[in-house]
Design a binder for this molecule. Structure first.
Ligand code: PEP
Ligand code: MN
Length: 371
């Protein structure tokens, strides 16, 4: 039998619904007593929420944004507990936050993506927890960058403090350049985390992954199909006027509608396997595209050399030799001969087109090539 990596781990929160999914919801930030209580009461009324979230100490990417209400919000969360009976959760980034959250009766704490990225901060939190290892349920978000070891390292540090009520949250990974998502999901990473630590509860955050409210529903559905154990969703009584993450928050009524629309598949084994395989294909395809882009850059460079030295674009011997060796290599890998020949011909055609376009801009070489 497999020896568990972190023996004794139990979920940070136990779901109260028959479908076994944990639902955490609440605003990105606690902004005022009224906003916190109005949102919490509306969420409680849905009957679908296990835990109320609200950030008090907000890590902002750039200075000047709303940095959270700070300690003042602790008493609003206490009031949420007494008026609605909902358990409460907030983000901690230091030992001081841990102590203040403990004194204020917060039930669950989470480590944000920027904190998980920093082993010094994680260790400081772990040291504070070692004085009260059973005090909280603890949620550990993935680090901002796609580094599974860093994520596992953070979980291990918190585990080593003696804490056992631990769950992990996938909130996507940061991206540079255009993307439909704020933090694109990389499903194969939480799936690999689950393979290494099967006992860990996996929660998905479609709000920070999508970054736009229109994407929250489809992402949440995808995570259910993958077999995630629950969701953390940002919900605000007045999202348009939220002081942080306004574009991704949904109202409690929208949340209720979304949760009702999620089709739950109790025995999702084949679907889970298929989603895992698709996620690996997505990864390979993006490597393939990267390689094709690199190949194009090289052929552009060759095109320039040909132009500067008055060499014709078409070099038939080179083409023949390339086809022969590549097709043989591909066949030895079990790839169909006709398929690879036409793929290579298409690639070559595109390289020639780009090189010709380059030569056309230079009248001197157009003559040499007889164009
Ligand atoms: C949050 O949950 O409000 C938050 C700041 O999330 P993340 O750490 O995933 O960016
Ligand atoms: Mn947020």
């Amino acid at each position: 039998m497999r020896h568990p990596m972190l023996p004794g781990i139990v979920p940070a929160i136990t779901p109260k619904h028959d479908n076994g999914k944990v639902i955490i919801a609440g605003p990105c930030s606690a902004e005022s007593r009224e906003q916190v209580l109005e949102t919490a009461c509306a969420l409680k009324a849905t009957g679908k929420v296990d835990l109320f979230r609200a950030g008090l100490w907000k890590p902002r990417t750039r200075p000047g944004g709303f940095e959270g209400c700070g300690n003042e919000g602790l008493k609003w969360l206490q009031e949420v507990k007494t008026t609605t009976g909902l358990k409460t959760a907030t983000e901690v980034a230091s030992a001081t936050h841990v102590k203040e959250a403990a004194d204020a009766g917060i039930d669950v704490i989470w480590l944000g993506a920027r904190t998980t990225t920093n082993p010094f901060a994680v260790q400081e939190i772990a040291d504070a927890l070692s004085e009260m290892p059973d005090r909280f349920g603890i949620l550990i978000k993935n680090p901002a960058n796609p580094d599974l070891d860093l994520w596992i390292g953070a979980i291990q540090r918190i585990y080593n403090s003696g804490a056992r009520h631990l769950s992990a949250i996938h909130r996507g990974f940061s991206v540079y350049g255009p993307s439909p998502y704020r933090n694109p999901p990389q499903w194969h990473i939480p799936i690999e985390l689950h393979r290494r630590i099967p006992e860990i509860q996996l929660i998905f955050d479609p709000s920070h992954t999508g970054g736009k409210r229109e994407l929250v529903g489809s992402l949440a559905r995808e995570s259910y199909e993958l077999g995630f154990n629950g969701l953390i969703i940002e919900s605000h009584c007045n999202p348009q006027h939220a002081l942080s993450d306004s574009a991704q928050q949904i109202t409690p009524a929208e949340l209720e509608y979304l949760l009702d629309s999620l089709v739950f598949k109790p025995s999702g084994e084949p679907t889970t396997r298929m989603a895992e395989l698709r996620s690996r294909i997505d990864c390979l395809d993006s490597q393939l595209l990267e390689i094709i882009a690199q190949r194009m850059q090289l052929t552009d460079e060759i095109g320039k050399l040909k132009m500067d030295n008055g060499i014709a674009v078409l070099q038939p011997q080179r083409y023949e030799a390339l086809m022969e060796t590549r097709v043989a290599e591909a066949e030895s890998l079990g790839i169909n001969r006709d398929f690879i020949s036409s793929l290579l011909a298409t690639l070559h055609e595109e390289s020639v087109r780009r090189q010709l376009a380059l030569h056309k801009t230079n009248p001197k070489t157009s003559e040499t090539n007889g164009l």
